[in-house]
Design a protein around this ligand. Structure first.
Ligand code: SF4
Ligand code: SF4
Length: 165
């Protein structure tokens, strides 16, 4: 999951300074040419990449078991700055991951969409200018039936087939 460092604005204010960025920069630049700040703004904050996954018969299956450190209300990581120290399989959503392991991301993920040559959806915060539009559109994990991974005995029991994964 991508998130923003603590020194950056509060999540709800992330898009306040969008006017200081080149308009529609995501249409004009390749993913590999984005600045770190532009890359971060592409993350819509859905939280769906923080769901546990299983590999079954060579296919990645999402479960509704969330990482124990994902806040289900805000859909943000509680330990972002230390995530790789605390969670051995937490993946950095960088260009290499997006290009080589897109199946780890939901089909709505902006990085995955752009890597496929598609545009951002109308609810994306870069389009609406509001960080909460991902929640209002029902595209984040907010309000969904989730279980913490700490309560899971058998991940097979929690495989889901949501259309936006
Ligand atoms: S799935 Fe993509 S857009 Fe959603 S939180 Fe993860 S990196 Fe961000
Ligand atoms: S530590 Fe967990 S909640 Fe945080 S980014 Fe990694 S998978 Fe997501």
């Amino acid at each position: 999951m991508r998130f923003w460092p603590e020194k950056n604005p509060l999540p709800k204010n992330r898009y306040q300074n969008i006017a200081s960025f080149e308009p529609e920069f995501w249409k004009k630049k390749a993913l590999s040419d984005l600045s770190p700040e532009e890359w971060e703004l592409l993350c819509d904050g859905c939280g769906k990449c923080c769901l546990n996954k299983l590999e079954r018969r060579g296919k990645i299956c999402f479960t509704n078991a969330r990482c124990r450190f994902l806040d289900p209300e805000s859909c943000l990581c509680r330990i972002y700055e230390h995530r790789f120290e605390k969670v051995f399989d937490c993946r950095d959503i960088n260009l290499k991951t997006v290009l080589t392991e897109p199946e780890l991301l939901p089909c709505t993920c902006a990085y995955r969409l752009l890597a496929q040559g598609k545009d951002l959806p109308s609810w994306h915060p870069l389009i609406t200018g509001r960080a909460d539009s991902v929640h209002q559109a029902g595209m984040s994990l907010k309000g969904r039936p989730l279980i913490s991974e700490t309560e899971v005995k058998n991940y097979e029991d929690y495989i889901i087939d949501w259309p936006d994964l």
